[in-house]
Design a protein around this ligand. Structure first.
Ligand code: ADP
Ligand code: ZN
Length: 739
């Protein structure tokens, strides 16, 4: 037998190796193997087993890595699709499909020494008083990890060995599974009785498990608090009854302990006793290794994770849920630039699994597909128990300007509403999607603006640490006391623009009695800060929580009755055709945090452009209205989802070279794609963000009605085109980031 191996190295081909007799039966499609390569050794994945090879004198595989085959043939097929569609080499797609901790052979099961009391026979041996003490501890516990015993009994391994010599205990090495949620106390939950809309949605989803037909994709459009998660939970229960597993994709930012608990409490702590595996980036390599293998071994049949969990080796797979399907974090911003929602849809088709996409604000793409009959639309139009959606008031900041100094941060009505909440001991969330204190530093005398030396962006002032920072590349410098321009040195430099840090400090002055906490990536320093702040908020130790989009998503705090959006139009005027959609989604999500308990919620949206459709439709909770006008605009201007985009980006340190290469690439594209119908290739142009992390960037945009054939053509072009060494070409299919 011969194994065809894709090496982890960046080589766009496969190599054949002989399977030596001693590895007979251990190598399968999907196995990870160590093989000789030139004078070195390399790791790779077996992608096929074949009978003959065009090459003679094949070298043997050295070793199988990590036990049985790691990639299932199904996941391998999925990775191939990803590589083809997103124009990337297969080895990169395989890299995404297997977590690093599993791929590399370093991480493995953790072994721990356990001490166990042996059943006593005959006379007890003579022991010293100290040994008797320890022996009593062991007898009491019967068995425990050696490390724990050493700690409890304040003793040394040698002492325990002596007890072993006397035949009193055994010491054995055994696998100990790391459980990242081990300490959590779970209270089992039972299925809730569904309201009629939920029941109808569930019935459609479960009726879809038909082995004779390709399973449909559902779009579950339910307002915030409409009980989507309960529908997911019961759909998963149905899937388990059919002996199949489920994958639940959740945006990394919403993958909170609260979310995980809801799934574990239903399936792991209850009579289901089904392990729920969690894969997310906060896990240690060892934890991830263990979680992944629990899935591979079929012990965990429910997986929760961010985008990469779409590759989890659940087999057989019956259901994939993509919660908050509109979230952009489902798109990976480095190769393979896949969109997990779309990969989920493909995987569902390949494996006969039902796919449910859920959101309060579906992406234009998904709603468009539902309207065209590609997906089936399920709707939960009301909140649970007829709780009302919050009242949303839009405040025109142009009118609320304070006369004395600059624009107001808090309009009078918002400030008054916060005061009321303090008196009533209710809670407030204040949202601003920009961290730092001030977003630019200018010198009014010479016109100097502090910009990042590596990026075409201005630097943000962080007051607490007295630094200027670039939010793209991380560049940081001490904040100057005077204008740094030579010959100017004006001490009256001006900070302008607003970030969460300033919101927090200004608020503390206005409402000195309030307990205010800020949550953004600057205040989260340790691993458990996120959890700690949220639980303090939950128990009422915080009156007002100020934060970035980190507090916008998926949190459920019944005592929050007021939400303030400080500047709603921050993201509206970016050079990106999705700016309106993003703003609408964000406002709706943030507003959805209010009034989730018994008291009705109130939301203030402060804006400089209060009549923008994204703000007005969000105010009325009118998704469909927003969709209708937005899709018309997309159709008129030929934007997705009405057409497909692919963006080719060229990057390099020398702008002239990048621009020249872009012109050359444009010519090549025009030649190759001449005669293609309905396809448009833009001119090569500087990217909106011309310089990022000291690389200049030029782009070419291709619009086309469908992607499949174009992907193949682009992949061929990328591998054959001759570009200067220091120019990098990337292809982004269905981009979500146009900057
Ligand atoms: P969504 O995911 O749509 O935002 P959730 O699933 O978080 O909504 O539901 C909001 C709240 O309503 C949760 O506390 C949930 O336990 C509760 N809930 C959901 N369905 C029901 C039901 N059928 N009966 C009673 N409470 C429910
Ligand atoms: Zn920078």
């Amino acid at each position: 037998m011969i194994a065809r191996v894709r090496l982890d190295l960046r080589l766009p081909k496969e190599f054949d190796y002989r399977i030596p007799p001693e590895l007979d039966g251990q190598i399968d499609v999907g196995s990870r193997v160590k093989v000789p390569f030139g004078t070195r050794e390399a790791l790779g994945c077996v992608v096929a087993l074949v009978d003959s090879s065009p090459r003679q004198d094949l070298r043997p595989i050295l070793r199988a890595v990590g036990g049985a085959s790691l990639l299932t043939p199904k996941v391998l097929e999925l990775a191939r699709w990803v590589a083809d569609y997103y124009c990337c080499p297969l080895e990169l797609a395989l890299k995404s499909a297997l977590p690093e901790a599993v791929r590399r052979e370093q991480a493995g099961w953790k072994h721990q020494l356990w001490v166990r009391a042996r059943p006593r026979t005959g006379d007890p041996p003579k022991l010293t008083p100290r040994q008797i003490e320890i022996w009593q501890v062991i007898q009491e516990w019967r068995e425990m990890p050696l490390s724990q015993l050493l700690r409890i009994a304040q003793t040394t391994p040698d002492t325990i060995r002596r007890l072993e010599d006397r035949g009193l205990v055994t010491i054995q090495s055994q696998v100990s599974e790391r459980d990242p949620y081990g300490q959590e106390e779970l209270v089992a939950t039972q299925p809730l009785e569904l309201n009629p809309e939920q029941a109808a949605a569930l019935a459609s989803i479960t009726a879809a498990h038909d082995p004779h037909r390709p399973p449909p994709v559902f779009l579950l459009h339910g307002v915030t608090g409409s009980g989507k998660t309960e529908v997911y939970l019961q759909a998963i229960a149905q899937t388990l009854r059919q002996d199949r597993g489920a994958i639940v994709l959740v945006p990394e930012i919403s993958l909170t302990p609260q979310t995980v608990e809801r799934f574990k409490a239903r399936f792991q702590a209850s009579e289901w006793r089904t392990l729920v595996a969690v894969l997310h980036s906060q896990l240690s390599a060892g934890e991830r290794h263990d979680e992944w293998h629990k899935i591979r071994q079929g012990r965990a049949r429910i997986v929760i994770g961010p985008r990469s969990a779409v590759f989890a080796p659940v087999d057989p797979l019956g259901l994939i849920i993509v919660d908050e399907e509109h979230e952009h974090s489902y798109k990976q911003e480095e190769a393979p630039r896949y969109h997990a929602r779309d990969v989920a849809v493909v995987r569902g088709r390949q494996e006969g699994a039902v796919v449910v996409l859920g959101s309060a604000t579906p992406s234009l793409e998904s709603y468009y597909n539902a309207r065209r009959g590609k997906y089936r639309l399920l709707e939960l139009p009301a909140r649970i128990d007829d709780r009302r959606l919050p009242v949303v008031r839009v405040v025109d900041l142009r009118l609320a300007q304070r006369k004395e100094k600059g624009p107001a941060i808090f309009s009078a009505p918002l400030l008054e509403a916060m005061r009321q909440r303090l008196e009533r001991r209710e809670q407030t969330m204040l949202f601003l999607n920009r961290r730092g204190y001030a977003t630019s530093l200018q010198c009014p005398r010479c016109g100097y603006v502090a910009g990042c030396p590596n990026c075409s962006l201005s630097l943000t002032y962080h007051r607490q640490v007295q630094q200027l920072r670039c939010h793209l590349c991380g560049y940081a410098a001490p904040a100057p006391q005077a204008c740094p321009q030579t010959g100017c040195a004006n001490p009256a430099i001006r900070f302008s623009g607003l970030g969460t840090e300033k919101v927090e400090t200004s608020l503390a002055k206005l409402l000195p009695q309030a307990r205010i906490t800020r949550m953004d990536s600057d205040t989260l320093k340790r691993k458990d800060d996120y959890r700690r702040i949220l639980s303090e908020f939950r128990v009422g130790k915080i009156d007002i929580l100020v934060g970035t989009q980190m507090i916008a998503k998926g949190l459920h705090f019944p005592n929050v009755t007021l939400v303030g959006i400080v500047y709603a139009d921050l993201g509206l005027h970016l050079p990106d055709f999705r700016a309106g959609e993003r703003t609408f989604q964000l406002l709706t999500q943030v507003a959805g945090r209010a009034g989730r308990g018994d008291v009705e919620g109130e939301v203030f949206i402060q804006a400089f452009t209060p009549f923008h459709p994204a703000i007005q439709y969000a105010r009325r909770h009118d998704y469909v209205g927003f969709y209708e006008q937005e899709i018309e605009f997309r159709a008129q201007l030929n934007y997705p989802p009405v057409v497909r985009f692919a963006i080719l980006t060229l990057e390099g340190r020398n702008e002239e070279k990048v621009s020249f290469s872009a012109g050359y690439l444009k010519k090549q594209l025009d030649q190759r794609l001449a005669g293609w119908k309905d396809l448009a290739v833009s001119e090569a142009a500087p990217a909106p963000l011309l310089r990022a992390e000291s690389y200049y960037r030029y782009q070419i945009l291709i619009r086309c009605p469908a992607m499949g054939r174009l992907s193949r053509e682009l992949a061929a072009l990328v591998t054959s085109i001759a570009l200067p060494e220091d120019i990098r070409l990337t292809v982004d299919v269905d981009p979500v980031n146009l900057m």
